[in-house]
Design a protein around this ligand. Structure first.
Ligand code: MN
Length: 422
């Protein structure tokens, strides 16, 4: 199913002029799916093209686009019915939409709406959310700070894509504010914990993989199948409360420190759109078990940036990194997730884990960027080790080569803690 086809032709242009701007995230080679509404109306499925959205719900209602014979898949206000279709239907639909938007198309009477005129919504019903820990650089940094620099990586890390089952209920779309969480805190000099607002609120720069094709309970996946079962990818900010985390995380892993909010970008960039940007995983420090061997390059070359804006300041880029550094690809995470016989469902979201590169300016969390507060960042005259109320964080990402495949924005602003339980 994977492979290059006419939708990846770099010479293709669209009659939607803004899609031909080399700076746009959304040229005709991208075609990411999202869910929008206008003037408080019903949710609709659309595809981003330049600075416009093509209304797929309207096209399907008019009989001009029929991904599934005899049933509507763009009328539920989420992508799940479309993602549950056979993978051939994803490709055929992408090809059909590219033809409709191609500069050579004669008919330009299509339902377009400006991206500035709509509200974006969560693009999928998140069936489950699993968060991994797949960057060797991140795991090494955190292990150095929280445990022992000489044994920073746990002995299992080089063999298993480490993960935990997170909360689907608090995955929100870009633009949704996040309240500072409260929880149990215990400082190094405290005899007992107390309950109060998190003092070490952090971000995690991640990529989210969205499962399209399900595998039934009891039926594990090969790496090749897992790669193709992933429908697409979004940017993900996995907000984290570091002080709650250090007190609660042993022995069963993070819990409330990660449960209060995870933000995703509104546009799902399809796996097919990323086909030209596949790269192999980094060299293995220790050989992986046979079920985790990859025959194909399953990582992607995606440039990623994080910017932080203080309440009355200007945005500053605090990290620049790349998804290609990840030790375990999303496909391998999915293989491991299903390896016990765990059923993976349409709409499952897999967080990559914090994406940190090899250099201090490429770390994907404030915990690492400020080295747990020892080296605060200077942002527009203000000092930051962790997030303050009113701070806004925006993640962007794009592939560049023959054309640019962008992910849009993944933004959120910190609201004060809700007071209770004191
Ligand atoms: Mn995370």
């Amino acid at each position: 199913m994977s492979g290059l086809n006419d939708t990846h032709n770099p010479d293709r242009k669209s009659w939607v002029e803004s899609a031909n701007n080399p700076e746009t995230d959304f040229p005709i080679q991208n075609l990411p799916y999202g869910v929008f509404s206008q003037d408080g109306g019903p949710k609709r499925v659309g595809i981003a093209i330049g600075d416009q959205i093509l209304d797929l719900t309207a096209l399907e209602e008019a009989g001009r686009l029929s991904p599934a014979e005899g049933k509507k898949v763009f009328s539920d206000g989420v992508l799940n019915p479309f993602m549950a279709l056979p993978q051939n239907n994803w490709s055929e639909t992408r090809s059909r939409i590219a033809d409709l938007l191609d500069a050579k198309a004669g008919d330009r009477q299509l339902p377009l709406v400006a991206q500035t005129a709509v509200d974006m919504h969560l693009p999928i019903f998140v069936r489950s959310f699993t968060d991994f820990y797949a960057s060797k650089e991140h795991a090494t940094n955190v292990g150095s700070m929280f445990r022992d620099p000489d044994n920073a990586l746990m002995p299992n890390w080089l063999h298993i894509p480490i993960g935990y089952n997170g909360r689907a209920s608090t995955v929100v779309v870009s633009g949704t504010p996040i309240h500072r969480p409260s929880g149990q805190l215990k400082g190094p000099n405290d005899d007992v914990p107390y309950f109060g607002p998190c003092q070490k609120l952090d971000i995690e720069l991640e990529l989210g993989a969205i499962v399209g094709t399900s595998n039934p309970m009891g039926q594990p996946l090969t790496a090749a199948a897992a790669y193709e079962n992933i429908f697409g990818y979004v940017l993900l900010n996995d907000w984290s409360a570091r002080d709650i985390q250090v007190w609660e995380y042993q022995p069963l892993g993070p819990f409330q420190s990660k449960a209060f909010g995870s933000t995703i970008s509104p546009w799902v960039v399809t796996r097919e759109a990323l086909e030209k940007f596949r790269v192999p995983a980094p060299e293995r420090v220790k050989p992986l078990l046979p079920y985790l061997q990859e025959e194909t390059p399953n990582n992607f070359d995606i440039h990623l940036e994080v910017s932080l804006t203080p309440p009355s300041g200007k945005p500053k880029t605090i990290s620049r990194t790349n998804y290609k550094y990840m030790y375990y690809s999303s496909a391998l995470q999915l293989v491991h997730h299903a390896s016990s016989g765990c059923a993976m469902e349409t709409g499952d979201l897999l967080g990559s884990g914090t994406i940190s590169g090899p250099t201090p300016d490429s770390f994907g969390s404030l915990l690492e960027l400020s080295w747990n507060g020892k080296e605060p960042l200077q942002i527009d005259g203000e000092s930051r080790s962790f997030l303050e109320d009113g701070d806004s964080v925006d993640i962007t990402g794009w592939c560049s080569g023959d054309y640019r495949i962008g992910f849009g924005n993944c933004e959120g602003t910190v609201l004060p803690a809700v007071t209770f339980g004191e």
